[in-house]
Design a binder for this molecule. Structure first.
Ligand SMILES: NC(=O)c1ccc[n+]([C@@H]2O[C@H](COP(=O)([O-])OP(=O)(O)OC[C@H]3O[C@@H](n4cnc5c(N)ncnc54)[C@H](OP(=O)(O)O)[C@@H]3O)[C@@H](O)[C@H]2O)c1
Length: 339
């Protein structure tokens, strides 16, 4: 079959996905029999385009490069109309993350399911706020809701737990799930103050102008909620996850950790004990002998503790245009393998 793809949100990740789809079209067909057309793209900034025979992705990327709105095959449709009218087989939901209401992404997903379309997303909103509801609405229509990119971008985490580790019970997941805070802590170890390290992270584009989402631990809290619900079958709300960020870590604290042959890391953790699942985000002194202590800079990592395989640690990118674009490709291929 030829997958008919719609992309909602043509920002960093949408463009990364488009670049991958352009460069790998032949490889994907030859190796996996994966054939596709991107029939629609909708973005608040660039406009909505639709062509049932497939859009020219190079043209769309060229528009964005030259900072001009889409100019060919333009439709006077918003994202909802595109979902309803496009007869897509899969919607890639790549709009901004809203951890308060989950909108507009939750409505995008619901509308896609009502229309019998799969959803693939790196948007933490629907996954952190409404994972069970999304899964069940998708199941009612016999379609999928895949979310690999919501935790550690394209580094296999959720699909690893669901796929290769199937049959194992995961009793604990602990990880460095936010690259910005890990970068700041790494810079503090080499002598910068917290303020200097944050400024550097902002200059490098790791941290937003308002860094609260990262440094207060809210981004990691969303990811921990997703891990609890998607990997450990919990029904946690974001507010159930205790959360403390790194804003109170001082140069003195860094020194004290060094004396104890440890290192501060912002750890997101989910644990099942006696049938109860608890989750938290907080800075911890991790002994240098632990695999998570060696994760420096903006890199992410997670350790799953399993009954049959012991501890398994995955290290990799937690963000990035191509890395997160790849998370969408990996879920598209998952859908392809199952149809
Ligand atoms: N970038 C990463 O490395 C990364 C990693 C993991 C997960 N994610 C997640 O992946 C998603 C996409 O990230 P991103 O970095 O690509 O964000 P981005 O660069 O901000 O792009 C999002 C795009 O969606 C557009 N948009 C917002 N509301 C829309 C709507 N209702 N209909 C159509 N388009 C809409 C935005 O337009 P305006 O700019 O005009 O609002 C923007 O162009 C986010 O949820 C993010 O949290 C990103």
């Amino acid at each position: 079959m030829i997958h008919r793809i719609v992309i909602l949100g043509f920002g960093t990740v949408g463009q990364g996905l488009a670049e991958i789809l352009i460069s790998k079209r032949d490889f994907l067909k030859k190796k996996y029999g994966f054939e596709f057309e991107v029939v629609g793209v909708s973005d608040l900034m660039w406009g909505t385009v639709y062509n049932p025979n497939g859009l020219n992705l190079e043209d769309l990327l060229a528009s964005v490069q030259s900072e001009t709105k889409f100019s060919q095959t333009v439709k006077d449709w918003d994202s909802m109309t595109l979902i309803k009218e496009s007869r897509a087989t899969v919607i890639c939901e790549l709009t901004f993350t809203n951890l308060e209401s989950g909108e507009p992404a939750i409505s995008h997903c619901k509308t896609a399911f009502q229309n019998g379309e799969h959803v693939v997303t790196s948007n933490k909103g629907p996954a952190a706020l409404a994972y069970r509801e999304m899964k069940s609405l998708a199941a009612e229509k016999g379609v999928d809701f895949f979310i690999e990119g919501t935790v550690m971008s394209g580094t296999p985490v959720l699909n690893l737990a669901d796929g290769p580790l199937a049959g194992c019970e995961v009793s604990k997941a602990r990880g460095i799930l936010n690259g910005t805070t890990n970068y700041i802590l790494t810079q503090m170890e080499i002598g910068m103050s917290y303020d200097e390290a944050l400024k550097k992270a902002q200059e490098l584009g790791y941290a937003e102008a308002d860094p609260a989402g990262d440094v207060e631990g809210y981004d990691a809290r969303g990811k921990v909620t997703i891990l609890a619900n998607a990997v450990m079958d919990a029904s946690l709300r974001i507010s159930d996850v205790q959360c403390q960020g790194i804003t109170r870590i001082s140069a003195d604290d860094i020194e004290k950790a060094r004396e104890k042959r440890s290192r501060w890391k912002l750890i997101g953790s989910v644990e099942k004990k006696n049938g109860t699942i608890t989750a938290s985000v907080s800075p911890e002194m991790v002994p240098l002998t632990h695999p998570l202590a060696g994760i420096m800079g903006a890199t992410n990592a997670i350790t799953f503790s399993t009954d049959l395989m012991g501890d398994i640690t995955v290290v990799g990118a937690g963000a990035g245009k191509i890395e997160t674009g790849y998370s969408i490709l990996t879920d598209l291929l998952r859908i392809h393998r199952s149809v």
